[in-house]
Ligand binder design. Structure first.
Ligand code: DMJ
Length: 555
């Protein structure tokens, strides 16, 4: 998340779509599309084997890691929203009390891993102790993706145990008032006791683009399960507002005004506050079995805009990466500064592009594994190549002294005044590394994030290339070596470039819901949660693909 001071500075004025559109138009004509070779068959060291046999010993090691994390949480903090494994304690997101963040985020991983007794105890806690009647502020987006998403996925995987759906309906009904703004965009926070949307203290109408547009899978699937169309319409309306506000070439600034529905003057980026907007464009289309053409169009336009505007190549070895755009007022208009900075969060895009290529840009219904160039459109081949190359870059950022990737990497560019060889001839560096002896920067942390292993899982399922399993296993071993807390749990580390790094006393809930789940699935056989039957929400909670009778509000 952007530090608050930066955020306030940027959020000054609503962006004129025309003005922004003109700039992007200029950018589009001046940036040459990359000409790349077909990557799936090019990889020299590809180890193709599509038998997808489960690797049981590796799965057992990952299950043991899950148990090491969960049992410590259960021992020290059962029911609290978050866990601090070094201090052996939990904490809640609001002083009003917990809402089951950690338990609900983790429960479907237990179901998938077959951890029956852990699952039974977590279910019992949800049935007997969980309450959403909390008079405090909770983040609308985080509550949706972790808690609502976790309950819905647990409901499906438990063969429809009603306790999960009852809790999901109670939560969603308490959240719906967050959408009661003039535009229909949600407010960023919600008081679940008062059933009221709540704005940020420093700007009452501000909502980040990712937060507004990463609620649709959850509310639509709930609508499908309950036949209550209100959930559907509230979530869908947001997409119409975004489409109407959207700049011509499909890129979206990271902040919106919830009252007016306009974009605010703010950065364009694929990382924090932007990321899952791009992810859910594809996933909304997939969840309803590829029947809502409007989302396919929005997705395709947006990927085209990413190709033409945000993609760059490293100066040392040509690694493919994405940039950020920062707006500034300039002679009565807007000037955009380009920044060669990439969040770890962006690594979700690699797998997403590969999945989108085979599901949305193919000539055939069932694409081969790995895909054949002849099966994909030119745009599909471009998306596939970009996804493939971005994944190579994300993997490369794990080639650090700890074997883990930083929260943020920067890429060397012409004229940056840096010694390009300072990091072993790599294209990227971590800011703060040069200030040895002082506290490492925020950028240098690894906070147990999942995006690269998520993309490795998707890439493996779509190609059968065992290199992806090898990379995933290396990452898992590095987590074991540097993040494991012997007395129980896993912690973030402060500096991936230092093997003696200190730990930070926090185990993010997405470590259990995403990172370990995707690692486990990477080593499972392909019949487990197949990608043509399931869509994973942004917190890795799988929902089954379904047909819907609800007609889209807009086209
Ligand atoms: C998760 O909570 C979700 O994936 C979200 O979309 C952003 N990233 C974190 C994990 O890194």
């Amino acid at each position: 998340m952007a530090p608050r001071r930066t955020l306030v500075r940027w959020v000054v004025v609503a962006v004129s779509a025309t003005l922004l559109g003109l700039w992007v138009l200029g950018g589009k004509s001046s940036v040459k599309l990359r000409q790349t070779q077909w990557q799936a068959i090019k990889a020299k060291d590809a180890k193709l084997d599509t038998s997808y046999t489960a690797d049981k010993p590796k799965q057992e090691a990952i299950v043991a890691a899950f148990k090491h994390a969960w049992s410590a949480y259960e021992r020290d903090a059962m029911g609290d929203d978050e866990y601090h494994p070094i201090g052996h304690k939990g904490s809640n997101l609001s002083a009003a009390g917990g809402i089951g963040y950690a338990v609900i985020d983790a429960i479907d991983t237990m179901q998938i891993m077959g951890l029956t007794s852990e699952y039974q105890r977590a279910r019992k806690w949800i049935a007997e102790k969980l309450t959403f009647d909390r008079d405090g502020k909770h983040n609308t987006f985080e509550t949706t993706i972790r808690v609502l998403g976790g309950l819905l996925s647990a409901y499906h995987l438990s063969d429809e145990d009603p306790v999960f759906l009852e809790r999901a309906v109670d939560l969603a009904d308490r959240m719906l008032p967050a959408f009661t703004t003039k535009s229909g965009l949600p407010l960023p926070m919600v008081n679940l006791h008062k059933k009221q949307g709540v704005g940020e203290d420093y700007n009452a109408n501000l909502i980040s683009t990712a937060e507004a547009t990463t609620l649709q899978l959850e509310f639509k699937y709930l609508s499908h399960l309950t036949d209550n169309e209100e959930y559907w319409r509230k979530a869908e309306k947001v997409m119409k507002v975004v489409k109407d506000a959207k700049i011509e070439f499909g890129l979206a600034p990271i902040f919106m005004n919830a009252e007016t529905g306009d974009f605010m003057m703010s950065e364009i980026r694929l990382g924090s506050r932007g990321d899952s907007y791009y992810e859910y464009l594809l996933k909304q289309y997939l969840l309803t079995n590829r029947t809502e053409a409007v989302y396919e169009q929005m997705y395709q336009d947006t990927m085209d805009a990413i190709h033409s505007t945000l993609v760059r190549q490293g100066v040392n070895k040509g690694s493919t990466y994405t940039i950020e755009m920062l707006p500034q007022r300039h002679e009565g208009g807007l000037k955009w500064t380009l920044s060669p900075k990439q969040d770890h969060l962006v690594c979700f895009l690699a797998g997403s592009l590969m999945l989108g290529a085979v599901r949305s840009r193919a000539f055939v219904e069932a694409v081969s594994v790995p895909p054949l160039a002849s099966e994909l459109s030119d745009a599909g081949k471009n998306d596939w190549n970009l996804g493939y190359e971005l994944l190579e870059t994300c993997i490369d950022t794990y080639d650090s002294p700890t074997g883990l990737s930083a929260e943020i990497v920067h890429f060397y560019v012409d004229g940056d005044g840096r010694d390009w060889k300072e990091n072993r001839g790599k294209d990227w560096y971590v800011k703060g590394m040069e200030f040895l002896g002082t506290a490492p920067s925020y950028d240098a942390r690894y906070i147990l994030r999942p995006e690269t292993v998520e993309s490795l899982f998707i890439a493996f399922r779509l190609t059968g290339d065992h290199r992806y399993r090898d990379y995933g296993w290396k990452i898992f071993q590095s987590i074991e070596k540097h993040c494991k807390v012997e007395s129980g749990g896993y912690a973030s580390i402060l500096d991936v470039m230092n093997v003696n790094t200190a730990k930070e006393d926090k185990m993010e809930t997405f470590f259990l819901s995403e990172t370990l789940k995707y690692l486990y699935l990477l080593f499972s056989d392909a019949s487990v949660l197949p990608l043509d039957q399931y869509v994973f929400n942004t917190e890795a909670h799988p929902f089954p693909i379904f047909h819907s009778g609800v007609r889209p509000l807009f086209s």
